[in-house]
Design a binder for this molecule. Structure first.
Ligand SMILES: Nc1ncnc2c1ncn2[C@@H]1O[C@H](COP(=O)(O)OP(=O)(O)OP(=O)(O)O)[C@@H](O)[C@H]1O
Length: 611
């Protein structure tokens, strides 16, 4: 079944000649990208290559003049001064050619590095504009993975394009001079090279199809390599003895890919050898032709060396141009992946004439019959949810695992949009507000907040990174979130590198990390602050203290708290009890206890645990 699917997929991925030719239209925008990276280096590159492209013909021609002159001198009618002048000229040309080649490869590599950096930056910038919808879609990951690979390998395409231009000019110059002696040689050349070009092209397409159809597996291989040897997984891998499981899985999958690749490589090599033999045959055919013309006195011995040399160079040159052409076509196909990625547009974006976020908020939020299902799922994570969140209120969301609390928060922060129903803010749909000003005014600390392997200061400053240098604000936030005592114990204080990945870094306990992450909420200073269980690793007393401070310190702002601890939850003005994505009870702690429903039941259960 899986195999059948794979075969079907490979077919679907198969690229035709037409696709490859169509992909060539990616070259002009690609060239513009290169030019934009550095106009001066691009122009220098072209000028150097243009100069270099005339040199092979010139060197061969001077060689011909030298041999003819030597023969004349032997016969007694030559000009020795002219001969030495020509030898000196050839030396000069050879030196220039060497210098130009080195210049070209230097400019190529500088331009290539700049291009790689620039594309990586563009890629990161673009990825940052996309929605969570995209990041939860495996097809998107495949696309991003393919595009990411393009950032480094596409600088080769750049050199290829420029080299192609150079080789073509060289070939035209050589072709004109050879045709002046014997036009048939050109025909022979074409016969020698075209079939091998066709086979080359065919195999390039096959390789592309194979690589492309294996993207998910290659992603899996990368993933296995990562979990097999990473600071984050090392603990579990050891405890559960997973090393063999991971390496075996990696080995099996990588060998499958190897076999698929090997078959193709063998076929390619065999056909390649066959067509090379044809090329050699035609070269010797042309050689015989030129020798016979020399013997019969039609051309001089100097011309013989010129033509034999020029023919060989042209054959090599044409072969390179054609195979490079198919490799450019293939690379241009890969380039399509990069452009496809850049063409992905965020689904959540500003409408025309989007409104600035209200400052201050007057009324607050209202969920009207909101339902939401995650992409590619049928199941609703939020169902027909209606409630009001008045500005200034402290609301707690309660419910068992999977009840929809985090999802509700994501909707409130507009990381997702409701599938049905609407969310109003001050009477207007949340969609009508500018996304950037919304993000500025809504701060969320998630339960799975990220532990940046950066300094303590930076870990706090990410809450509002523009204030990275505002030490007072950072210290103030740390004080409020109880992170101050954590930082106080660090040898390097705020400059201490955290985590395990880099030298000199110090790792923190789960609770200490949470205190640091909570400081981000105070850095943020938004009108709506949401804490989605970032306190679960704190001991009961610390969590109580954190929330008590939190509600007191953000007086006048709206807060949404998620916690499984009722001692914390009861501090909220209003509590929403969610079950299966729907609202089942709401009210203050006392009201909900009096109701004696689901909330009271869970509260009693937890209280019993402490008795
Ligand atoms: N990215 C996702 N893609 C698909 N389904 C998801 C995704 N995230 C959550 N879900 C599903 O949506 C439902 C609600 O999940 P949510 O994370 O909102 O629950 P929660 O109340 O925050 O749970 P917990 O207390 O465990 O944090 C669950 O059934 C979950 O399986």
């Amino acid at each position: 079944m899986a195999l059948g699917r794979k075969a079907g997929k490979a077919k679907e991925e198969e690229r035709t000649w037409r696709d490859q030719l169509t992909a060539l239209r990616n070259l002009p925008p690609f060239f513009r990208l290169i030019y934009r990276t550095s106009p001066s280096l691009t122009i220098t590159n072209i000028v150097l290559r243009l100069l270099q492209s005339a040199l092979p013909t010139a060197i061969l021609y001077v060689g011909k003049l030298i041999i003819d002159e030597v023969l004349l001198i032997i016969d007694g009618s030559g000009d020795t001064t002219f001969l030495w002048q020509m030898v000196a000229l050839e030396l000069l040309l050879a030196l220039t050619s060497d210098l130009l080649s080195r210049g070209i490869s230097l400019v190529d590599s500088l331009l290539g590095d700049l291009y790689t950096n620039q594309t990586s930056v563009d890629l990161m910038r673009h990825a940052a504009t996309l929605d969570l919808y995209h990041f939860e879609d495996s097809e998107f990951y495949d696309k991003m993975e393919r595009a990411r690979r393009q950032t480094t390998s596409r600088s080769t395409l750049m050199s290829q394009m420029l080299a192609q231009f150079q080789s073509t000019v060289t070939l035209v110059v050589l072709g004109i001079s050879v045709a002046a002696f014997n036009p048939w040689l050109i025909l022979l050349l074409v016969v020698a090279v075209i079939p091998s070009f066709i086979q080359e092209n065919y195999f390039n397409q096959q390789v592309y199809s194979l690589t492309r159809s294996w993207t998910p597996e290659r992603r899996e291989l990368d993933y296995l390599r990562y979990i097999g040897a990473s600071d984050i997984t090392a603990k579990e891998v050891k405890i559960f003895g997973l090393a063999d499981f991971i390496t075996n899985r990696f080995h099996k999958l990588s060998m499958k890919y190897f076999y698929a690749n090997r078959t193709l490589a063998i076929k390619r090599a065999s056909w390649g050898a066959f067509f090379s033999a044809i090329s050699s045959l035609t070269y010797y055919g042309a050689y015989v032709l030129i020798i016979m013309q020399t013997i019969s006195g039609v051309i001089t011995v100097g011309s013989l060396t010129f033509l034999a040399g020029a023919f060989q160079r042209m054959q090599g040159g044409l072969q390179t141009i054609l195979s490079r052409f198919s490799s450019i076509g293939e690379n241009a196909l890969y380039l399509q992946d990069l452009f496809d990625f850049f063409a992905i547009r965020p689904l959540i974006a500003d409408k025309k004439g989007a409104l600035p976020f209200p400052k201050p908020i007057r009324i607050g939020w209202e969920f009207q019959n909101v339902s939401f299902a995650y992409p590619n799922t049928e199941k609703y994570a939020i169902r027909n949810l209606s409630f009001k969140l008045p500005f200034g209120q402290k609301v707690a969301l309660v419910g068992e695992n999977g009840a929809g609390k985090t999802t509700l928060v994501k909707l409130l922060a507009r990381l997702y949009e409701p599938t049905e129903g609407r969310i109003l803010l001050d009477g207007r749909n949340l969609r009508e507000y500018e996304l950037s000003s919304l993000r500025d005014n809504v701060g969320v600390i998630f339960q799975d907040f990220f532990r940046y392997q950066l300094t303590a200061r930076e870990n706090i400053a990410v809450g509002r990174i523009e204030e990275e240098l505002n030490q007072d604000r950072i210290e103030d936030s740390a004080r409020k979130s109880l992170a101050e005592e954590v930082v106080g114990e660090l040898e390097g204080g705020y400059d201490q590198l955290l985590g395990r990945r880099f030298a000199g870094a110090v790792d923190l306990s789960g609770g200490q990390w949470q205190k640091i992450a909570l400081a981000r909420a105070y850095m943020r200073d938004a009108q709506l602050l949401i804490l989605d269980e970032p306190t679960s690793a704190l001991d009961a007393r610390a969590e109580y203290e954190v929330f008590q401070r939190f509600t007191a310190l953000i007086e006048g702002k709206t807060a949404v708290l998620i916690s499984h601890r009722f001692s914390t939850v009861r501090m909220a003005d209003h509590i929403l009890f969610l079950e299966y994505g729907g609202l089942v009870e709401e009210g203050s702690h006392e009201e909900l206890l009096a109701l004696d429903g689901r909330y009271a039941e869970l509260f009693a259960l937890q209280a019993a645990g402490y008795k």
